[in-house]
Design a protein around this ligand. Sequence first.
Ligand SMILES: Nc1ncnc2c1ncn2[C@@H]1O[C@H](COP(=O)(O)OP(=O)(O)OP(=O)(O)O)[C@@H](O)[C@H]1O
Length: 314
Amino acid sequence: MRVYFVVNPTAGRGRANAVWKRIVALLQSHRENDVEWEAALTDGPGAATRLAARAAERGYDRIVGVGGDGTLSEVLNGMAGSGAEIAAVPAGTGNDYCRSAGIPLDPMAAGRLALSGTAVPVDIGEMIPRSGRPRFFLNVAGIGFDAEVARAVNRMPKRFGSTVPYVLGALRTLAWYRPVPMALHVDGRTLERRVLLAAVGLGRYYAGGMMITPDAVLDDGVFDLCVAGDIGPMGVVRLLPGIYRGRHRSDPRVEFFRCREIALESTRPLAIHAEGEVVGELPARFRIHPSRLLLVREEGVAPGAGSARVPAAR
Ligand SMILES: Nc1ncnc2c1ncn2[C@@H]1O[C@H](COP(=O)(O)OP(=O)(O)OP(=O)(O)O)[C@@H](O)[C@H]1O
């Protein structure tokens, strides 16, 4: 098997650098002779997409993103549709996709899995803005309050980990952001609402462990759409802490839908985030591609990580 590592040395406030050194030591001691590997470090935004696209073109069987959710998302956008498998070594700040997918958060365990685990098909989403470039995502994309929080968080230094910047960004955004009148087209049905946020989930977690779409399953062929309605600043303050445990599930102002196609329109332009990075503006469509990605993950583990599977015989 030929494995290509795409390493973002700046992920996790530079933690990825140390992680990568340990992974190299693991690779050098790896006894399986049938693994041939190569690696490249990213040198800025967009580099992981270019590196992953080249690796897929050159016929690598497996492409491993070493970094956080942003790195993995860039890797996906370089290799989606190529037939290559994707694996992840979590070395970022939030690592929400690994949390959602049941990939070990311990980078060395994830590194071993990347080398010897098997890949299973999972769903990916495509965000198609009316103007601008479409983009694939693997975990959560969204609009509204959370996209504005993502914008605020991305402007902050990452030295505090993932939760503190998120809470600070959320508080700052609370001061000015108000629910926006929107039309949501969900599998052909139109809903009109004032919307605080809409999150399109394949995985369950985002923003450093918030369980925004608590029932999402990576390989069920549908999006879990979470729509938080007309909720004011004090309501958000009360709602936010409970999202870490999925308690918003029972809040009457929050609705959930299982669907395949979503189109969102708003009365004013709203930013769209994918995996916590701002990637476009409404209006946009979201389309699911069931089982489109081959993901290396542990089988039969992890709450929220997909349907339970019988462990393969070894
Ligand atoms: N050499 C580089 N210098 C600066 N930025 C880079 C470099 N390589 C990649 N990037 C950018 O770094 C961004 C953040 O990376 P990533 O999301 O993987 O780490 P993180 O933010 O620490 O983790 P998480 O998203 O899990 O919280 C990516 O969006 C990518 O475009």
